[in-house]
Design a protein around this ligand. Structure first.
Ligand code: IPM
Ligand code: MG
Length: 358
């Protein structure tokens, strides 16, 4: 089969890690008889430098015409002085909206071979940690009305948090469907003790849950949820939450695994199309040094194989190759902690690709 992938390397270590994910995809293609066709386009700082805008129309068009998008990371200090509506990060928001990617899936798991990397005590991590955050990605305060106005207290600024029932319903379905394939528990996170939008959120989620009698639904306020994540993270299976709360909680969740350089993510719409990217950022300080860990992007490519292309054995092969890499004692700089054999970005990609070919 032939699969069309729009590739957006982005800024900083983005091109480094995306290059290795492509190497691994090519190894998958060679072993299983698929052809992956890549079209590289620019977004973020790289696009600002080349075209004077962070998200050129060409990039959106190429992404729309592809079966899936593979993205590295965008942003860096070089573009700190660019006006807010043209910052590299705006390219991400623009892509999410233009492509209708309303469901952001961010798994946070502890890899058995890296269990001691978590900053939490062993008795809290217990036998492991395996949760997934389902974050609404095209609504809420990120996309609500915003502006400046004069008030009695002087000049002010505002950003509106708004959710329609439809938006809540469709993201809730994604979370419940996912829970059905996992440990059958959804924790919906809101601030219903204060926010009207959260009260609609909670009521709508309860409504959707009636279609999933096997799934246990728990509601937590976001302040409590952030505390529970470090107090007892094992209680979570699927966390369902809004755009802003999901942004915050997913950083917290990834950090408690101790290996943010390892975590993939998917942004999905109805149907099979998706955009896949590592959870980590562009780390401009180590760009081009060979220190970046490409595994999060490689595992994002595995999610692409499974969720967009329906290639289950191929996705398993990538994940198994990563497990073998770790199990054999190979490490990248960020997860080495003085142990194992430290490989560069490129050597890591080559090693994982070789395990797939084997
Ligand atoms: C993320 C990032 C983005 C977000 C930024 C870069 C706009 O933090 O994907 O979590 O806030 O959604
Ligand atoms: Mg974030």
């Amino acid at each position: 089969m032939n699969y069309k992938i729009a590739v957006i390397p982005g800024d900083g270590i983005g091109p480094d890690v995306v290059g290795e994910a492509i190497r691994v995809l090519d190894a998958v293609g060679a072993r299983f008889g698929h052809h992956f066709e890549y079209t590289k386009v620019l977004a973020g700082g790289a696009a600002i430098d080349a075209y004077g805008q962070c998200l050129p129309e060409e990039t959106v068009k190429t992404a729309r015409a592809a079966d899936a998008v593979l993205l590295g990371a965008v942003g860096g200090p070089k573009w700190d002085d660019v006006p807010g509506d043209q910052r590299p990060e705006r390219a991400l928001l623009g892509l999410r909206k233009a492509l209708g990617l309303y469901a952001n899936i961010r798994p946070a798991m502890v890899f058995p071979d890296l269990a001691d990397a978590s900053p939490l005590k062993p008795e809290i991590i217990g036998s492991g940690l395996d949760l997934v955050i389902v974050r609404e990605l095209t609504g809420g305060i990120y996309f609500g009305e915003k502006g400046r106005r004069d008030t009695d207290l002087g000049p002010a600024a505002y950003d509106v948090e708004q959710y329609s029932e439809m938006e809540i319903r469709r993201i809730a379905r994604i979370a419940f469907d996912m829970a059905m394939k996992r440990r059958k528990k959804v924790t919906s996170v809101d601030k219903a003790n204060v926010l009207e939008s959260s009260r609609l959120w909670r009521k709508t989620v309860a409504d959707v849950s009636k279609d999933y009698p096997e799934v246990e639904l728990d509601n937590l306020y976001v302040d409590n949820a952030s505390m529970q994540l470090v107090r007892n993270p094992q209680q979570f299976d699927v966390i369902l939450t809004s755009n802003l709360f999901g942004d915050i909680l997913s950083d917290e969740a990834s950090q408690i695994t101790g290996s943010i350089g390892m975590l993939p993510s998917a942004s999905l719409t109805d149907g099979s199309f998706g955009m896949y990217e590592p959870v980590h950022g562009s780390a401009p300080d180590i760009a081009g040094t060979g220190k970046a860990n490409p595994i999060a992007t490689i595992l994002s490519a595995a999610m692409m194989l499974r969720d967009t292309f329906g290639l289950l054995d191929e996705a398993d092969a990538v994940e198994k190759a990563v497990d073998q890499f770790l199990h054999d004692g190979f490490r990248t700089a960020d997860i080495a902690r003085g142990q194992g054999r430290v490989l560069s970005t490129r050597e890591t990609g080559e090693k994982i690709a070789a395990f797939i070919g084997a």
